[in-house]
Structure formats: C-alpha cells, structure tokens
Design a protein around this ligand. Structure first.
Ligand code: CMP
Length: 140
C-alpha cells in the first residue's frame, strides 16, 4: 500500500471544547502522521472557496457561517492509504450513523458541527492541501 497524504480540518465545535489534542491522538493512533498543522480563523472567503463544491446545497450558507465561527486546525496527514484511513477513523458525516470508536461518534455534536473534515479522494486531497499550505510548510 502506498504512503499518501490527505487534508484534515479540526472544526470549530471541537476547538471550542479543547479537543485538538484528543482528536489528533485518534488520528495518530490510526497510523496517520501530522506533517503540517496550523490553527487559523477562516475568513468567509476561505470558507466559501474551500466548500465551493457545495455552493448549491441548502446547507452551504450555514456551513460557511459555522466554519468561520471559531478557530479551526488545518492539517496534512500522511500514512498508508491516508484518505481511506482518515475517513475510517473520522466515521460517517452524520454522527448518528458513525461507528463506535470513530472521531465523529465520540465527539460530533451534529451533521454540521461534526468535529472534523477529511478529503474524499486523492485528487481532492491535493486540491485541499494546496488551498491551505505551501509545499515548504509540509515536513514529512
Ligand atoms: P465536511 O466533510 O466538512 O463536508 C461538507 C460538510 O457539510 C460536511 O462535512 C458537514 O459537516 C456539512 N453538512 C451540513 N449539513 C449537511 C448535510 N445535510 N449533508 C451533508 N453535509 C452536511
């Protein structure tokens, strides 16, 4: 299995409850390595740009408001089959559907305030990593 990278966000509901360390430990315990990390307060422009793929969805406006409501931690994660591994440890988007032991089952408050984001494909991982990080900020 190839070592690849994925993009992760620890969302405002999680930073508000001081869960950055607990969530990062779950990522690391799943075999993922944090090779870049930055705590930021996303601007409206950044949120709308990052989630542009969802701009026609009914939840887009609320999602952007939520993602700019407090600090987030943007991360690049590296590991074997990183996109898939991260999605496994995150659990289903809706915490009501998330499996035991996943981040969202453990911590998510709702489908919107669901504690973490993770890329859904290698192609989107590259786009999302490039949206927030310069190559020299990623140290593997
Ligand atoms: P995320 O992986 O960050 O990608 C888009 C986000 O939209 C998703 O996680 C959810 O937090 C949020 N969202 C809010 N409402 C919905 C919905 N009804 N269906 C899917 N995603 C939603």
């Amino acid at each position: 299995m190839a070592v690849t990278r994925t993009f992760s966000i620890i969302k405002p509901d999680a930073t508000r409850r001081n869960l950055t360390g607990a969530i990062t430990k779950m990522l690391e315990d799943a075999g993922l390595r944090v090779v870049a990390s930055r705590r930021i307060h996303m601007s409206r422009d950044q949120a709308e740009g990052f989630y542009a793929v969802h701009k026609e969805r009914p939840f887009f406006n609320d999602l952007c408001t939520f993602m700019t409501s407090g600090p987030v931690v943007v991360q690049v994660l590296e590991g074997e089959d990183a996109v898939k591994r991260n999605r496994e440890v995150m659990g289903a988007t809706n915490p009501a559907d998330a499996a035991e032991g996943t981040i969202r089952k453990s911590y998510a408050e709702s489908i919107e305030a669901n504690s973490v984001h993770g890329s859904d494909s290698d192609e989107n991982a590259k786009i999302e990593i490039d949206f927030f990080f310069e190559p020299d900020e990623i140290v593997g």
